[in-house]
Write a protein that binds this ligand. Sequence first.
Ligand SMILES: [Zn+2]
Ligand SMILES: [Zn+2]
Length: 386
Amino acid sequence: MSAGSLDQNAGVVASDLQVPDSMRAWVLGDPEQLTLIEKPVPVPGKAEALVRIDAVAICATDLEVISYGTPAIFEGGAPFNKSFTPGHEYMGTIAALGPGVDEFRIGQRVTVEIHAGCGQCKRCRAGMYTSCHNYGDQSKGHRANGFTTNGGFAEYAVNHINTMIAVPDEMSDEEATLVVTAGTSMYGLTELGGLVAGESVVVIGPGPIGLLAVAVAKALGASPVILVGTRDNRLEIGQKLGADITLNAKTEDVVARVMEITGKGADYVVDAAGTGETVNQAVHMTNRGGKVCLAAFPKNAVEFDIGYLAVNNIYLYGIRGEGKSATHRAMAFMAEKRFDASLVHTHTFPLEDLPEALRHARERVDDAIKVVVSMRQGREAAQAAE
Ligand SMILES: [Zn+2]
Ligand SMILES: [Zn+2]
């Protein structure tokens, strides 16, 4: 298909980039069964754009979707149908615009957040579109790309304009894929009240969200920022991202250490590990009247001292995804280089090597943290070979 010929398709008004009819996309058959197929390039509708994907990062949640299907909390997903494409942390270049879209232009680089809410329920109207009451209902306009609608392990995806964030020219593709991760950390701190300047913040769990929660808390002025983990190499990256103090839970009583450092306990604790043990640690290292954010959560019921929460007036926040446009605030920090998110990016693979990329992420091969699949690299290699 030649440039611009998508005009014939209902819904698309303009396209300058060469948009083919079909694309390569990984699809999920049975659990763990990913196949690279050719499927039609999707067509953007009203308030949507077609994104040519340049890079997509792998997230722990992708591994769960691929192993177990879309988690029950993401109701409405139909992942094992041999046409569903997972992958949600992607960025790319706008290749076509739906009717009436003038907020973005063709050729512009964008990164995406996952959730486009229905825009009409009570939660969407309050900016809590990640907790949309019409979750999974595409007829209401809801999309969660990579969970209930097709995602980024493909050459193209359709995104609602509300889910796209412009990427500055200087920012690499790989770094731009991390905006949704930093945005999730930002949303956690937003829900805790956001005014963390001069307040003590503990982050438990130096995975990507925890590490970027350290970076965001520091950029927001928190002091001190304490990172708790079990692997020294991750704690070192945390220091580079802004942790004032790191504690190793393997060798230290982290609750006692936080009490010692802060005097009365931390003002805010972000649990980005989400085990029964870390939930308990989080609650017991928070000071009276302080706040705990569950940025990760235990998959099974856990026992903890809920009475301790009540008598100490401790607030417990569950956060879901990257609501309230937190990705835009995260991007503002990243564009200003207030922290170097690319420190958590460790590996890059071409699209056809997705299974190997997933293995690196799952088994943490070579201390993998964020593994990125780059379509741009594959395209450039193909062009060079011509
Ligand atoms: Zn993710
Ligand atoms: Zn909604």
